[in-house]
Design a protein around this ligand. Structure first.
Ligand code: SAM
Ligand code: SF4
Ligand code: F3S
Length: 451
C-alpha cells in the first residue's frame, strides 16, 4: 500500500528524550511519504510513545489505549502502535491478558532502538501482520536522522542514549539499554542548522550527559563546541549525574555567556543509607561539596533536583535528612515523586514497606518545603532585571508574553513590541513560587522617520 496521503498521529508521554525520539520517528515517517496530523479523528495510523518510569505513567497509557481500542472498533483499518519504554518493558504483557483487553487493539510494538522499522511494520500491519521490534542496540544513535521539528524557539537535542548507572529503583537501563554517544560533529551540525532556522535555545539531552564521550571529547568539550556555534543561542543540558560532574564542566558553564546558569542535579535523597540502597554512587558530603563548587564558580546559578519519597526502609530520620538537605541547598525548583516499585529492578525485591499514606505525607512535606523555598528565592528577585527569551503568549492572558530567564524561571510581562524568539529585559515587580511577573525594561527606542 502506498504511504502517500496516509496520516500519522503521534502522542508522546514521558521525558524529553521521548519528545526528541518522537521527532526522529516523525522524520522517518515523513521521509516515507506519510503525512503528520494533529487530529486523532483523521489519522490512519495512531502511535503512542510511552514511559515506564512510574506506575502512574503506565496507567495513563493503558487508559489511552482503551480509547484507541474504541476508535479501532469504529474504524478497524486504523493501525495502532505502542513505541518507547513501555513497548520495551511490557512487550508480552501488551499483547496479553494483563493489557486489560487493550492488547487486541495494538498492531505494532516498537522499542526505543528499533524506530527505523516503524514504516515497514506499519505496512505489515496493513497486510494484517502484527509486528514486534524490541531489540536493544549498543550502537544505534539515529545520528544520521534529522528530527522533524516544527518552527519554534527551543529544540531538544538527544546527544546520547541509554544509561549504565543502574540505580536500583529505575527501569531506564532496561528500557533504553547501554550508554552510547552521538558524534560531536553531527550534534554541532544540527545546532548550525537550528541557528540558520532561527532557533534561540537548544537543550542537550541524555540520562547522564556527564558520561558523554566521542573520540576523546567529553561533555564539557561538546558543550563548548555547541556554545560557539551561535552566541545568540542559549544552551541548556539535562540530566547531570552527581557522581561524574567534573570541575571542567562547571568551568565551561561559568566561562560561556550563552550556556545557561542552570543545573539540574538529581539528589533523590538526603540520607547516605538510602543513597547507598539506591546505588546512587555518591554520598551526601560529595553532593554538598559539588553544590558548593557550583555555587562558587557560577555565583547566580539556579539549581534544581529530583526527590523520591518513601524508598524501601526509609525512616522518619532518613526523610528528615532530605528536608535538611533541601534547607541547606535551597534549590530553585524540584521534581518530587513517591517511590513506585518497578518489576525486575533491583529495588523490586526490597520490600515496598512504606505505606501509601506515609509516602504521600512525606512527599507533601517535601513539596511544601520546596514551594516555600522557591517563593522566598523568587521574592528576592523583585526589583532585579533579567534578560528573558520570549517563548510566546502567556497561557493565562492574551495581553501578556511568557518567557524564561537564563536560570529557567518563567517570567510574565505585558505584551510589547517584541515577538517570540526575542531577548528582552524584564524588571520583576511581583512573584509567586512558580513565576516572576514584571514589565519590559530598557525598550529599544523606535526612531520615527521625519515626515
Ligand atoms: N537520569 C536521571 C538521573 O539519574 O538523575 C533521571 C532520569 S529519571 C527518568 C527521572 C526521575 O524519575 C529520577 O531522577 C527519579 O527521581 C524518578 N524516578 C525514577 N524511577 C522512579 C521510581 N521507580 N519511583 C519514583 N520515581 C522514580
Ligand atoms: Fe535511572 Fe539512575 Fe540512569 Fe537516571 S542515572 S536514568 S535514575 S538508572
Ligand atoms: Fe520514561 Fe523512558 Fe524517559 S521510562 S522517563 S520515557 S527514558
Amino acid at each position: 500500500m502506498s504511504n502517500s496521503k496516509k496520516r500519522v498521529y503521534l502522542e508522546t508521554y514521558g521525558c524529553q528524550m521521548n519528545v526528541a525520539d518522537s521527532e526522529v520517528v516523525l522524520s522517518l515517517l515523513a521521509t516515507e511519504g506519510f503525512e503528520i496530523t494533529n487530529s486523532l479523528e483523521k489519522a490512519d495510523v495512531v502511535l503512542v510513545n510511552t514511559c515506564s518510569v512510574r506506575e502512574n505513567a503506565e496507567q495513563r497509557v493503558y487508559g489511552r489505549l482503551g480509547e484507541f481500542k474504541r476508535l479501532k472498533h469504529e474504524r478497524p483499518e486504523v493501525v495502532v502502535g505502542v513505541l518507547g519504554c513501555m513497548a520495551e518493558r511490557l512487550r508480552s504483557k501488551l499483547t496479553g491478558e494483563k493489557a486489560k483487553g487493550v492488547g487486541q487493539a495494538v498492531d505494532l510494538i516498537v522499542g526505543p532502538d528499533e524506530y527505523r522499522k516503524v514504516p515497514e511494520l506499519i505496512q505489515k500491519a496493513w497486510r494484517g501482520e502484527k509486528g514486534i521490534a524490541v531489540q536493544l542496540s549498543r550502537v544505534e544513535t539515529y545520528d544520521d536522522i534529522t528530527p522533524l521539528r516544527t518552527e519554534g524557539i527551543s529544540a531538544w537535542i538527544s546527544i546520547m542514549r541509554g544509561c549504565d548507572k543502574f540505580c536500583t529503583f529505575c527501569v531506564v537501563p532496561f528500557t533504553r539499554g547501554r550508554e552510547r554517544s552521538r558524534s560531536l560533529t553531527s550534534i554541532v551540525n544540527e545546532v548550525e542548522v537550528l541557528s540558520s532556522r532561527g532557533f534561540k535555545e537548544v537543550t542537550l539531552l541524555g540520562q547522564n550527559v556527564n558520561s558523554y564521550r566521542d573520540n576523546g571529547n567529553d561533555f564539557a568539550d561538546l558543550l563548548r563546541a555547541v556554545a560557539h556555534v551561535d552566541s545568540s543561542i542559549r544552551v541548556r543540558f539535562t540530566t547531570s549525574h552527581p557522581q561524574d560532574m567534573s570541575d571542567k564542566l562547571i568551568e565551561t558553564v561559568a566561562d560561556h555567556e550563552n550556556i545557561c546558569n542552570f543545573i539540574h542535579l538529581p539528589v533523590q535523597s538526603g540520607s547516605d543509607r538510602i543513597l547507598g540502597l539506591m546505588n546512587r554512587t555518591y554520598n551526601r558530603v560529595h553532593y554538598l561539596r559539588l553544590i558548593e563548587a557550583i555555587k562558587k564558580s557560577i555565583p547566580n546559578v539556579s539549581l534544581s533536583t529530583d526527590f523520591i519519597a518513601g524508598f524501601p526502609t526509609e525512616t522518619e530520620d532518613d526523610h528528615k535528612q532530605t528536608l535538611e538537605l533541601m534547607q541547606e541547598i535551597r534549590y530553585d525548583g524540584a521534581f518530587m515523586f513517591t517511590y513506585s516499585p518497578r518489576e525486575n529492578t533491583p529495588a523490586f525485591i526490597m520490600v515496598d514497606d512504606i505505606n501509601a499514606g506515609v509516602k504521600s505525607r512525606r512527599v507533601t512535606e517535601i513539596v511544601a518545603l520546596q514551594n516555600r523555598i522557591s517563593l522566598e528565592k523568587n521574592l528576592e528577585h523583585i526589583g532585579e532585571t533579567f534578560e528573558v527569551l520570549v517563548d510566546g503568549e502567556s497561557k493565562k492572558s492574551s495581553s501578556h508574553w511568557q518567557g524564561r530567564t537564563d536560570g529557567n524561571k518563567t517570567a510574565i510581562f505585558p505584551k510589547h513590541n517584541c515577538q517570540p524568539g526575542d531577548y528582552i529585559h524584564v524588571q520583576i515587580d511581583r512573584a509567586n513560587s512558580a513565576t516572576l511577573f514584571g514589565s519590559v525594561a530598557n525598550v529599544p527606542e523606535v526612531i520615527e522617520e521625519a515626515a
